[in-house]
Design a protein. Structure first.
Length: 297
């Protein structure tokens, strides 16, 4: 865990909060809202507490609290007011900000309260597509720019995962389409499974039989399913694995496994799109995102 970030640059704060660095500097200078520390070369850096305070300030400011008034509040009052406000609002952008705040403050109560408010206005499908997908896309950007702490990503991912599994469990008593079975799994050393979990939910919702195998599965484990009389569609999601120079080899192995069968194979995600041009003899398809696969299905 030594690689976890304990301090943030002003660019990190801009990426996370959506507030321009120039504005953050003005708020510091004019209202003394943040007190950054400085390196020996006079570069600002901020603690996790400063980041949390900024997120609270932004939430209040976007909901008609003037910066001059926020600046007069104590840190505790800012946090209390922001939390109360986050409990009240739960529509798209506001909900995303609330989830972001819950993530950085490790606040399960705020997460669940925001989620439950959304369910009064949206179905779970609408909630996931309108709120969770944009939120997770933003989390991916923060991860790519090395802004997000792994602990924060794990915390929020586990909470969302629980909601997907709870909603899937409610559906798993009615399989109406038995023509094909979907087998879902992640490649070896791949752990990013939220998209795949949600796809499993969508398939179960549509009456399909699914077998969810989860994270880090060796390809040779799929051989077990070839004895089945039912058509199989294997689906995997590739966020960080396989490594860039192994992507083509992975698909060659899939091609070899699928030969002489009628089974399908679908790969989703950035790594799948890194595949160099191959003419497949087997029924293999790649898609950039979960949304694209749902259109195909």
């Amino acid at each position: 865990m030594n690689n976890i970030k304990k301090f943030f640059t002003i660019k990190d704060l801009e990426n996370i909060s959506g507030i321009k660095a120039h504005t953050i500097r003005i708020w510091e200078k004019r209202y003394n809202l943040l007190s950054p520390q400085r390196t020996d070369t006079n570069i600002r850096y901020y603690s996790p507490e400063s980041l949390q305070k900024l997120l609270n300030v932004v939430l209040l400011n976007k909901n008609n609290f003037k910066i001059s008034k926020i600046a007069q509040l104590s840190n505790d009052s800012i946090e209390i007011n922001a939390r109360e406000l986050a409990f009240k609002i739960a529509v798209n952008d506001e909900a995303i900000n609330s989830f972001k705040l819950a993530m950085f403050q490790f606040d399960k109560v705020l997460f669940n309260n925001t989620y439950n408010k959304l369910l009064h206005k949206k179905t779970f499908r609408e909630l996931f597509k309108d709120v969770f997908i944009p939120f997770l896309n933003h989390i991916g950007l923060l991860w790519q720019t090395n802004t997000l702490l792994p602990a924060h990503e794990h915390f929020i991912s586990n909470l969302i995962s629980q909601k997907i599994q709870i909603n899937t469990e409610k559906l798993e008593y009615s399989t109406s389409n038995t023509d094909i079975t979907y087998v879902l799994f992640l490649p070896e050393n791949e752990i990013h499974e939220l998209g795949l979990l949600y796809l499993n939910y969508e398939l179960v919702l549509r009456g399909y039989k699914t077998i969810y195998l989860g994270q880090s599965l060796p390809l040779n484990n799929l051989n077990y399913f070839f004895e089945s009389d039912t058509d199989i569609c294997f689906i995997t999601s590739m966020t960080v694995m396989p490594y860039d120079d192994k992507v083509n080899d992975y698909f060659y192995e899939v091609e070899d496994i699928l030969k002489d069968t009628n089974h399908k194979f679908i790969a989703i995600g950035k790594k799948a799109m890194d595949l160099k041009e191959i003419i497949f003899k087997s029924n293999i398809h790649v898609y950039p995102s979960l949304i694209d696969v749902l259109k195909y299905l």
